[in-house]
Structures are given as structure tokens and as C-alpha cells.
Design a protein around this ligand. Structure first.
Ligand SMILES: Cc1cc2nc3c(=O)[nH]c(=O)nc-3n(C[C@H](O)[C@H](O)[C@H](O)COP(=O)(O)OP(=O)(O)OC[C@H]3O[C@@H](n4cnc5c(N)ncnc54)[C@H](O)[C@@H]3O)c2cc1C
Length: 326
């Protein structure tokens, strides 16, 4: 019997999971590695006592027919649902208008749920930080502290990481692909998760702000399938987050909470801050994936072909298709 080719996927965000799922369906043996405790990457949910909040991706849209079909599958499995927030746009002069009625989706009961569903049929090794990758003859080896990393050789390697992290792993072993990843800058985002004992009557569930420290404020507990107490999430703008990149969480909260109070919010019972160093690609590439057949090395992620969840899923899926044409 011929053994199937063994492919390593580094990164269990939606791009890596989409790629790994399609490769597995195509008959490859796939192992997925991620440094975090669970899958999902930036599609993430923070949980506390009777409280939860999506502090990364706010929602996702689905325009591509293939991604729409995937989202429909997620909906049937109960891990995603449409979200129709009472949305407001607040312009630089403080004028408030009704937001668009675009179809938005969220993971249920939290944003990481679609990723967890995909990961459940894959060999996922969590808590495994890949610190280097090595080309060894015709195979790849992954280096790092995790036990699962050592000892395995892979016939092909997929890097599904934010561009700066991909660049770091690749520059020595694959200079062209390292330079491709290094050409993309990613904007940071400070996120503040707020817990309330009482509902906040602000007249909206979500607001997009065009100026000032905040660019997004949303009642996370109003998303479908949520339980627990009232929670809101605030995102600072890319400009503000860049200017405060090294600030400590207390300083960040001390500046963002008054901006939220200006919208009519009370002080929260509790808050937590999270800094995303690589939140969204500021200069994404037009190509949807990269595949080097000589090195058997592929790249996917939101920074290839877009800036969001849909782009990341498509990037992974299309890379898998290209690999399976080998
Ligand atoms: C604050 C914020 C708001 C957003 N809002 C939206 C939105 O409203 N709509 C939308 O569509 N998108 C939004 N996005 C973007 C969306 O979350 C991303 O486009 C998408 O999740 C990217 O998926 P990915 O698989 O490419 O990368 P990631 O989700 O970043 O996955 C990469 C994975 O690699 C792992 N990793 C990193 N380094 C290593 C290593 N050395 N070894 C092992 N594992 C490693 C990480 O733990 C992570 O799990 C938002 C993002 C943020 C942060």
C-alpha cells in the first residue's frame, strides 16, 4: 500500500483549517500545529464566569459562492448564524446614521465555533509553537519546544500565519516567500472587553466610528446564541492602537472607557484588554495564495487576497486545490 503524503500545516486559524480540511478530503495525511490552546486564531472568544466576548473578528461576510456554501454548512451544524445588529455609523462630526443592512454572520455560541468544528476532524496539535522550519533533503522538519514537533518529517509544508510571523519563519529557508510575507504590514488593534450587570440602553447594538480613539463598539451579548451577562467589546482604531502600541492595559482602558462613556455607556463592572499586534493586513497582496512546487511550500492567510475571514478561508481552500493538482 502506498502511504499518503504527509503535509504539515502551521497555524490553526480559519486559513490553515480550511486548507487542512480540503487537503484531508483530497486524500493527504495532514497534521496541524498551533501555538495557542485551541483553534481559531483571530476568530476568538474570551470566556469568564457567566460571561463571554468575541475580542477578535467581529463578524464575517460571505460573498463568494464557495464560502457561502461553507457558511450554510456551519449554520446547519449550529456553529454560525446571521447577525442583524441595530448598527449605527458615527461620522467625524459625531453625526449618527443607520448602518447598512449587509448580511453578517457570527460563530455560535462564540466566534471560534466554526474553527472548532473544522478542527474536530483534523489531527490538531495545540500549544505547539513552531520556532523554525528546516528543509531536509526532500522533506520538511518543524522545530520548537513542543513534543509533537520533533521526530516527524513532512512531504510538504503550509504556513498559515499572519504575514510578519510567516516572514520570520521563512526568510532563511525560502527567501522569495519570506520576502513576499515581509512585504505585507499588518495594523494592530487594542480590544477592550466590558462586562455589565445591567443592559446598556445606547440605542444601538453596534457602532462604527469614523474618528477618535474607537472604531467599533458592539454589544457582544446581543449576538445570536450568547448566554451570560451583558458584554460589550470596544476596538481602538488602527491609528490609535499604533500610537499606543506599548501602553499598558490600565492606560488603554483609562482612555477608551471615557470615549465609550461619550456614547452614553456606564462604567463596566469588569474589563479586560487584549492587544492584537497583527489584527488586519494594511497592505494585503493581490495573489490569493503562494505555492512553490520545488520546495513543496505553500502560504495562505487573510493577507493573501484580502483582509478578512472570508479571504482567509478562500486562501486556504485555493492553496489546497493547487497542492492537490501536483
Ligand atoms: C480586532 C479584530 C477585528 C476583526 N474584525 C473582523 C471582521 O469584522 N470581519 C472579518 O471578516 N474579519 C475580521 N478580522 C480579521 C479576521 O479575524 C482575520 O482575517 C482571520 O481570522 C485571519 O485568519 P488566518 O487563519 O489567516 O490567521 P489567524 O486567525 O491569525 O491564524 C493564525 C494562527 O497561527 C498561530 N500561530 C502564530 N504563530 C505561530 C507559530 N510560530 N507556531 C504555531 N502557531 C502559530 C496563531 O496562534 C493562530 O491561531 C478582525 C481581526 C481582529 C484582530
Amino acid at each position: 500500500m502506498i502511504e499518503p503524503l504527509h503535509i504539515a500545516v502551521v497555524g490553526a486559524g480559519i486559513a490553515g483549517l480550511s486548507c487542512a480540511t480540503a487537503l484531508q478530503h483530497a486524500g493527504y495525511r495532514v497534521s496541524v500545529f498551533d501555538k495557542s490552546r485551541g483553534p481559531g486564531g483571530r476568530m476568538s472568544t474570551r470566556r469568564g464566569d457567566s460571561w463571554q466576548c468575541d475580542h477578535g473578528a467581529r463578524f464575517f461576510t460571505a460573498d463568494d459562492p464557495g464560502f457561502r456554501a461553507e457558511v450554510a454548512r456551519w449554520e446547519r451544524a449550529g456553529v454560525a448564524a446571521p447577525w442583524y445588529p441595530e448598527l449605527r455609523q458615527i461620522d467625524a462630526a459625531g453625526r449618527v446614521t443607520r448602518g447598512d443592512a449587509a448580511e453578517r454572520f457570527v460563530g455560535t455560541p462564540g466566534m471560534s465555533a466554526p474553527a472548532r468544528m473544522l478542527a474536530s476532524s483534523l489531527a490538531l496539535y495545540s500549544g505547539q509553537t513552531v520556532s523554525a522550519v528546516q528543509r531536509d533533503g526532500t522533506s520538511w522538519r518543524l522545530l520548537g519546544q513542543g513534543e509533537a514537533l520533533s521526530g516527524c518529517r513532512f512531504d510538504a509544508l503550509v504556513i498559515a500565519l499572519p504575514a510578519p510571523q510567516a516572514a520570520q519563519l521563512l526568510h532563511a529557508v525560502a527567501p522569495r516567500q519570506g520576502a513576499l510575507a515581509a512585504s505585507v504590514t499588518m495594523a494592530p488593534c487594542w480590544a477592550l472587553m466590558l462586562q455589565y450587570a445591567q443592559p446598556q440602553a445606547l440605542g444601538f447594538d453596534a457602532a462604527q466610528l469614523a474618528a477618535g480613539a474607537l472604531c467599533w463598539a458592539a454589544r457582544d451579548s446581543a449576538k445570536p446564541g450568547r448566554s451570560g451577562s451583558e458584554s460589550w467589546v470596544l476596538h481602538a482604531s488602527a491609528a490609535w492602537s499604533t500610537a499606543h502600541i506599548d501602553a499598558d492595559p490600565v492606560t488603554v482602558a483609562a482612555q477608551l472607557l471615557p470615549a465609550f462613556a461619550e456614547l452614553g455607556a456606564a462604567a463596566p463592572v469588569q474589563w479586560q484588554a487584549h492587544r492584537w499586534l497583527y489584527a488586519t493586513p494594511a497592505t494585503p497582496r493581490a495573489e490569493v495564495f503562494d505555492w512553490d512546487p520545488k520546495l513543496a511550500l505553500g502560504l495562505c492567510g487573510d493577507w493573501l487576497g484580502g483582509v478578512n475571514v472570508e479571504a482567509a478561508w478562500l486562501s486556504g481552500r485555493r492553496l489546497a486545490h493547487e497542492i492537490s493538482l501536483r
